[in-house]
Design a protein around this ligand. Sequence first.
Ligand code: ZN
Length: 255
Amino acid sequence: MKLTIVDGRRQEALPGLSGECPVCEATTIAKCGEKNIWHWAHKGKRQCDHWWENETEWHRNWKNHFPVEWQEVVRWANDGEKHIADVKTDQDWVIEFQHSYIRPDERRSRAAIYENMVWVVDGLRRKNDLKQFMEALRGGIQIIQKPLLVKVHPLDCRLVEEWCTSPVPVFFDFGDEIQLHGLWLLVPMGLDHTAYFTLVGKENFIGWHCKGIFNPQPFFDQIKLYEQKRVQSEKARYVPHRMPYRIPQRSRRRF
Ligand SMILES: [Zn+2]
């Protein structure tokens, strides 16, 4: 944890301090070593929020892009337990930063508990994910040029395969050193055989939330509509080998 309660206020870890866990109220100890980023830990081995993932520098950097009041917000979930949301914006968007692998059932239960949530996934944790992702993009189909929308086969990339059925938006963070790396949004179509990606700048993502204008739904609706129309027109053009009736001369010539 980055924040714990000290004298009734949320406080970052400093050497020698102890505090109270905002979830379970047990004693927390400031861990201020050289190896890990400074953080709070429960006294003993206790871990009250079983969803909690050990914080990395990647987590901390992401959280710090948002106001401190939005960071590590404790929420009551439908399961009767308290959980800490990595970031909860003033528009009630929960942003969860995921570095390590998370099981699909756990992902689903979190998406069910938070009404409006998005994942930001560390795309640079595993060695081959970025390479595979870029290859999948190259092998994909560009559906729209502006904004860039690419249709990808999930089996071409392990990371995409793991996340493609997510019912909520997922942003893959591939770092920002190279232009095309950036932050890629996996459009939540819920399909297991196709995934749609668009490139979103990290700065844009942060800016939309901080300005309170993050609302991707109209964009998703547009994509779904576009795809429905496209699939329909493909079906309309499709002529099976054996037609149950005589094909009019004109369309027979065309095909
Ligand atoms: Zn606790």
